[in-house]
Design a protein. Sequence first.
Length: 425
Amino acid sequence: MAATSIKDLQAIEVLDSRGNPTVRVFATLENGVRVSASVPSGASTGEYEAVELRDGDPTRYGGKGVLKACANVMEVIAPALRGMDAREQLAIDRTMIELDGTENKARLGANAILGVSMAVAKAAAVSEGEELYRYLGGSEARRLPVPCMNILNGGEHADNSVDFQEFMAVPHGAPSFSEGLRYVAETFHTLKKILEAKGYSTAVGDEGGFAPNLGSNEEAIELIVEAIEKSGYKPGIDISIAIDSAATSFSTDKKGHYNLKWSGAGEMTSDDLIALAKEWVAKYPIILWEDPLAEEDWEGFAKFTKELGDKIEVVGDDIFVTNTKFIRRGIEEHTANASLIKLNQIGSVTETVDAVRLCIEHGWRAFLSHRSGETCDSFLADFAVAMGTGHLKSGSASRSERLAKYNRLLEIEAQLGPDALYYWK
Ligand SMILES: O=C(O)[C@@H](CO)OP(=O)(O)O
Ligand SMILES: [Mg+2]
């Protein structure tokens, strides 16, 4: 038996940043290495995401407990993986997928499977004496992602009058990751002052961006442009704006019809939203737009990409759910030109790497992402450098579970020294 063989897997229920239960897995190897990994959880989830197994027992956390998923780690997954070499990520993930036997990890739970998958990767890296980003990405892994900082929240992540879920500041013109992070953290602080001066609330949403009751969605962009300028940066040159509409959350049929219910702007079709986006992209320094339309609006998405895909990055999240089956269809149908990438949407490290690779091989971009429910696990930061796709979203500068990733990236940048790369495209 190799020293790096899996000796034991434990799992406990911990709480995420929304106070909901999630899975933390501890992997112990024969060599004595013991590490843990914690699984994030989304709110604006796609219909076809891998299944997050919840207990459904109303007497515990309103049914949201994850004791069954934890039991699956210890009683079903651990016996199957014991003795396997932790460095065999592919074989380990494949074994769990087969053990689960469903299309969407509904039996064992994607939360159980991903927790093990991440913990095993970490344990293998520690055993090899390598940093996780190097272990997963090889010796060439040295590109830091541009931190797309979500500074204004709406939609299902906030309790306000903004329909679009995320407005991000993107410091693509900064000379390095740490400088980029400084640019957008400063912009975040300036935005707070602007909101205060206008009498708006500075309470924050799930991902730590401000969640004021604005007069319109467009006002969010105007305020961010003002914050960029007042921080001493040039909009469009130093910092641009990225939007995640999370349009599924305000679609009435998940296809071509929408109701911008939070702002009261009312009903719109895909064509209306495309026209609005065209107007905004012409007027404001927008560099990326995620989920401009709903998860089953393949036609609208392709139209959107035809109109705007040569000007901005068009990202599919709910529509692709980090699943190569849907990304492949998107590539064939020119649905977008990028995919959001979330480990827990598909449920294993190997399948997430496959999704990133598929994007890169077809000239698409891969936008790595946290979830709105997070823990202080910084796996995602290392994973972003390992994948080297150049951009990541991890929320704002006001919450520790978001900063855990940004701060880990600062550490990686310091380790890499002059070898660190930083560029948008
Ligand atoms: O829609 C998104 O992109 C994510 C992360 O920002 O939100 P959630 O985790 O709620 O799906
Ligand atoms: Mg999204």
